[in-house]
Design a binder for this molecule. Structure first.
Ligand code: ADP
Ligand code: MG
Length: 729
């Protein structure tokens, strides 16, 4: 057993960087090569079809059958040039991965040969036999079909021999069974609500887009070492392993020189990402050893989500070609930082205004403040829900620990913006506003006309930080589908903008001047949402107490946090904006609880197995060696001398016994606890039982295994240790 460990460690140590196939030309030459983007559409479609398709993409126009057929034909011709033989509807079920079922373009022609064809019908809609995807009871297998339907706003792309068509996935009865459908609804809701609010300032605005720039953190582990860790293989994280003597305390990894094997992986990944039209930009070492980050330039939210899903699967494949496994789990290693996926979010108009950026004139700055304050109100009123949107069994290990955003949602604004808001809220008198010239409004706030919100004023402990021209939602987990967070955030903001519009219009209709009405409402909002603003240390215990006093959601139990989706204010928010109905919300929660339970269940089984058939046998064997030694001492020395010389070994024998007795007892207790939890039929109650009784046992058992790791002869220890997993590449 331990021989395996030594072999894989040695082989990992001597591995060299793999060679990377570099395409001809510069990145701008091969960017988007495998994407049916506007340039390709223009080239492969007739002028009329192109115009109709652009109208569908940009303005949500209906797609008629004839256009669909022509688009499919052009797409097919384009894809065939890459030797593509198959197509698939590519969708995002509630599993947090993507799903695809490939069909070939070829059908028998009735004359003993094959005919190649791709119609609009096949492009637009499919009926995948998807009864085994999580659906929370919406689709009983006997009852309903599921449909996947083309999302023209995210371009199709080619991977290997397959044309991939981004689609939504919905039940026969119309309920969403995926992430994309509600995301598109949320983006449409925020577009509508924000456009209406923009009209106070810029009547020419036709559309507001939500933007997302994600930063993907991940770990790389040599694949030999990975294969020797059944826990990593089965659960994505190490369920045992004592901290290495050195981990991240010297802070020498962050932004350090990128190791050669890793650099080759990154280069390969980036080339493939660029060819798929993903505008990757930044790469660097992260804080923990063997932890890295990749970030593209931000894009329209729906596309950014698809690109993130795509890059996660690309990373898995490319890593294998470099003898690595990529770990996207939020907390693969205890004692070093976990991985997140910061979601940089903002709103912008079709006319090019970034709504979260300060402008040059007073009016532009009032618009900026309007959108910032409405966002704060949305996050304040739905802070529990926003937290629920990023919560999972895996992310729970990260949140609230000392290196990740705390499990309480608050917003950091920085001193300048805080000052501006404070000043605006506190000056209740009307002369704060003086109108000059042509309706131009001047706020009597020195900072406002040339607002330069300083980006350097940063707070790493805040889960939702304002960073100059956007909010950075840092609590999102590294393996998550960003859509979950983006659905909650965009819907909350949309819903709040509707309220804002109503409040302002009420004042206007009672005779108030428009800009004054806006300022009045904003003033009230700034005071109301004050509890969500916190610029201090989010990790401190004082903040936990303070946050509870402020009425923020401080719940830490993952399954209970999911309840936020079914609170009356959440239901009315989702229904009001048309993003999800009660049936969908209930179904999704069932899925969340079920997945939570299953994750803990799998971890408990894996840990139980490893403890009993990897750890206990080795610990006992080593213990026997010690006992043997004690006996032999007695053979050659007098009892008195032997006693003296064996003191340490005897102590170790007892210590090992204590640990093994604890482990065996608790593995059995954990089995019993699972048995009784499994009898619970209500998914929520079952998940809570798993959280309350089984999850803590994982930690307790681990503690004793990690102690044994320090005692047992290194040559016998069966699993690669942290110092090997984290420092060899
Ligand atoms: P950090 O210093 O926070 O680690 P990075 O450069 O790694 O920053 O990533 C910042 C991310 O934020 C990038 O994806 C970037 O494109 C994105 N971003 C920048 N401006 C905006 C914006 N206005 N809206 C949304 N995302 C943005
Ligand atoms: Mg960042």
């Amino acid at each position: 057993m331990s021989e395996l460990r030594f072999n894989v460690v040695e082989s990992a140590f001597y591995k060299k960087a793999a060679t990377v196939d570099i395409p001809e030309g510069r990145p701008c030459d091969y960017f988007g090569k495998y994407v049916f983007g506007r340039e390709q559409m223009f080239h492969y479609l007739s002028a009329d079809t192109y115009a109709s398709l652009i109208d569908v993409i940009d303005n949500g126009a209906e797609l008629d059958r004839k256009v669909a057929d022509e688009v499919a034909e052009g797409m097919h011709r384009w894809a065939a040039e890459f030797g593509v033989t198959h197509y698939t509807h590519w969708f995002q079920p509630l599993t947090e991965g993507t799903a695809e079922k490939h069909d070939s373009f070829f059908d028998p022609n009735g004359k003993g040969g094959l005919i190649e064809e791709f119609s609009g019908k096949l492009l637009v809609q499919q009926e995948p036999d998807a009864s085994s995807f999580p659906n929370g009871g919406i689709r009983n297998t006997f009852e309903a079909r599921g449909y996947s339907a083309w999302d023209p706003s995210s371009p199709v792309f080619v991977v290997d021999d397959t044309l991939c068509i981004p689609t939504i996935f919905i039940a026969y009865t119309g309920e969403a069974l995926d992430y994309k459908a509600p995301l598109l609804r949320a983006l449409s809701a925020v577009n509508k609500a924000a456009t209406d609010v923009c009209h106070y300032f810029n009547p020419e605005v036709k559309k507001v887009l939500a933007y997302l720039g994600w930063e993907q953190e991940y770990f790389l582990v040599d694949e030999g070492l990975y294969a020797a860790r059944p826990d990593l293989l089965m659960t994505g994280r190490t369920l045992m392993g004592h901290e290495a003597s050195k981990n991240q305390q010297l802070e020498d990894h962050y932004f350090g020189a990128i190791p050669q094997r890793v650099a080759a992986f990154m280069k390969d990944l980036e080339i493939q990402a660029l060819q798929l039209g993903i505008p990757v930009k930044t790469r660097h070492n992260e804080v923990a050893p063997n932890q890295f980050e990749l970030a593209p330039v931000f894009e329209e939210c729906n596309l950014a989500v698809d690109h993130n899903m795509l890059i996660m699967s690309l990373m898995r494949n490319v890593a294998r070609n470099h003898g690595f496994r990529v770990l996207l789990h939020e907390k693969p290693f205890k004692g070093v930082n976990g991985s997140g996926k910061h979601n940089n979010w903002s709103l912008g108009t079709d006319t090019g205004i970034l709504l979260m950026s300060p402008g040059k004139t007073a009016e532009e700055n009032l618009r900026f403040i309007t959108f910032v304050v409405n966002t704060l109100m949305a996050v304040y009123h739905h802070n529990g829900l926003i937290k629920a949107s990023i919560m999972s069994a895996d992310n729970a290990h990260r949140l609230g620990a000392n290196e990740a955003p705390p499990a309480i949602i608050s917003s950091f604004l920085g001193s300048q913006l805080s000052e501006v808001l404070k000043h605006l809220a506190e000056n209740d008198s009307d002369d704060v506003i003086s109108l000059s010239g042509k309706q131009e409004m001047k706020l009597d706030i020195p900072q406002i006309p040339e607002l330069m919100i300083d980006n350097t004023d940063r707070n790493r402990t805040s889960p939702f930080a304002f960073t100059g021209n956007r909010f950075e939602f840092r609590a999102v987990g590294s393996s998550a589908n960003c859509a979950s967070a983006m659905i909650a955030l965009n819907t909350a903001v949309a819903d709040h903008l509707l309220t804002f519009k109503k409040d302002v219009d009420t004042l206007i209709s009672s005779g108030e001047q428009k800009m004054k009405a806006i300022v009045k409402v904003i003033r009230r909002y700034i005071k109301e949402c004050a509890p969500i603003c916190f610029d201090g240390n989010g990790y401190s215990d004082e903040w936990k107490e303070e946050a509870a006093r402020r009425g923020l959601d401080c719940e830490t139990s993952c399954p209970v946090i999911f309840d936020n989706y079914l609170k009356p204010e959440s239901i009315s928010m989702f229904e009001n904006t048309g993003v999800m109905n009660l049936k969908e919300l209930k179904a999704r929660n069932e899925v969340k609880w079920e997945i939570y339970t299953k994750k803990i269940q799998i971890e408990a089984r894996v840990l139980g197995d490893l403890a009993m058939n990897h750890i206990i046998p080795v610990a006992t064997e080593y213990q026997s060696k010690l006992i043997d030694n004690v006996h032999k001492m007695m053979d050659i020395y007098t009892l008195e001398v032997a006693d003296k010389l064996s003191v340490e070994n005897k102590r170790l024998i007892e210590e090992i016994a204590e640990h093994t007795i604890y482990i065996t007892g608790h593995v059995n207790a954990m089995i019993e606890a699972r048995k009784s939890a499994n009898k619970i039929s209500d998914e929520r109650e079952k998940a809570i039982a798993y959280h309350d009784t089984i999850a803590p046992m994982l930690e307790q058992i681990r503690y004793h295994i990690d102690k044994l790791e320090l005692i047992v002869d290194n040559r016998m220890w069966p699993l690669p240790k942290y110092r090997e997993l984290l420092f060899i590449r």
